[in-house]
Design a protein around this ligand. Structure first.
Ligand code: TYM
Length: 353
């Protein structure tokens, strides 16, 4: 019987500038997980063509995301960094999962509804089946833990549903081939092939909001550049955006309960806490009673201190695009070596060999 070892997988789409939400909700936490887990971090370029097919410079965008991973502190010797399209197993397993997932499940995906908008008939089929590819990304490595921001929660629930349906539908075949691993499903223990992946949605910045509107998520697609801090922003831009960030007229509360129904204040305190590796309660014990005129400069200084070195390192890494390509190719080779036997098992289970 094979063992499933703890393994982290996560990914970022190479579409537009990386922002503070991507960094605090995902990449910064990926860096921390390297000490305790085997990690695979992926530039999900196949996902990037689902919403928009033609990109001006997709290779450049892929390199930029890889450079951001490296600049933020991902160690490409000890862990795996690669781009999705170099490992063909992602697309192959996604096809099998297209046949596992049900239309009704995908119809419930809120991100599809948001991205397709009113013109659903004109959305690509790839955008609709996007979550199946995401499940394939994770389960191609039988990953057990997936650190993401809160907006990915529903997709990770679907990943578990796909794993569970696959394990159930093929339970006899999995057992006959001796490929089952005991796993807890609610109160019972069953033998399955795919693990039921744990989402890791943790910390004070799982949903970083727009700096212009505390009720909207910070996003790459917001037309206002003032709404987000890009990882490539210089110190002046970071300070200006924080100075202009929307706030309310009251002083900061001394306890987190006082942040309820104050979305902008809550967001800025969350950003400070995540950048400083402290809790919101801790930040409020220091700044409670102070006005934003005092808090914003402190936040700007902290953001510049933490983010400027990353932007500088990204520029250094990107100065040698051939080296970035080499690192991605090397990462893909290592990813493929893990994926191939898993894909071979899946094909045997399904009966495809
Ligand atoms: P993407 O590229 O939209 O975002 C990358 C990561 O950043 C997080 N994030 C945020 N976190 C906090 N606040 C925000 N405002 C914010 N905006 C984005 C996202 O939650 C994500 O963790 N479908 C994924 C990519 C993907 C993936 C995967 C992730 C494809 N396959 C497998 C995990 C595992 C996406 O579009 O992320």
């Amino acid at each position: 019987m094979t063992e499933i070892k703890p393994r982290v997988f996560s990914g970022v789409q190479p579409t537009g500038n990386l922002h503070l939400g991507n960094y605090l909700g995902a990449i910064k936490r990926w860096v921390a997980l390297q000490a305790s887990h085997e990690c695979i971090y992926c530039v999900v370029d196949l996902h990037a063509i689902t919403a928009q097919l033609v990109h001006d410079d997709l290779p450049g965008q892929i390199r930029e995301i890889a450079a951001a991973f490296i600049a933020a502190g991902i160690d490409t010797d000890r862990h795996i960094v690669f781009n999705q399209s170099r490992v063909s197993g992602h697309a192959e397993l996604a096809w099998i999962f297209n046949c596992v997932a049900r239309m009704g499940w995908l119809n419930r995906m809120t991100q599809f509804k948001e991205k397709a908008g009113k013109d659903r008939e004109n959305a690509s089929v790839g955008l609709f089946t996007y979550p199946d590819l995401m499940a394939a990304d994770i389960l191609l490595y039988r990953a057990t833990h997936v650190p993401v921001g809160e907006d990915q929660k529903q997709h990770l629930e679907l990943t578990r549903d796909i794993a569970q349906k696959f394990n159930n539908d093929f339970s006899a075949r999995i057992a006959a081939l001796g490929l089952g691993v005991p796993m807890d499903v609610g109160a019972e223990t069953v033998n399955g092939y795919f693990p039921l992946t744990e989402p890791m949605i943790e910390g004070p910045a799982t949903r970083v909001m727009s700096l212009r509107d505390g009720t909207k998520k910070m996003s790459k697609s917001d037309p206002s550049d003032l709404s987000r801090i890009n990882l490539t922003d210089d110190a002046d831009a970071i300070s200006r955006k924080i100075r202009k960030a929307k706030t309310d007229p009251d002083a900061l509360p001394s306890e987190t309960a006082g942040l309820a129904s104050r979305p902008e204040a809550d967001n800025l305190v969350g950003i400070y806490a995540a950048l400083a590796d402290r809790s919101k309660a801790d930040i409020l014990s220091e700044f409670g009673g102070q006005q934003f005129s005092a808090f914003k400069p402190a936040l700007a200084d902290l953001a510049v201190e933490k983010l400027s070195p990353i932007a500088g390192e990204m520029r250094r890494v990107l100065a040698d695009p051939a080296e970035v390509d080499r690192l991605l190719a090397k990462g893909a080779e290592r990813a493929d070596a893990i994926a191939l036997p898993i894909l071979a098992d899946v094909k045997r289970i399904v009966g495809l060999l």
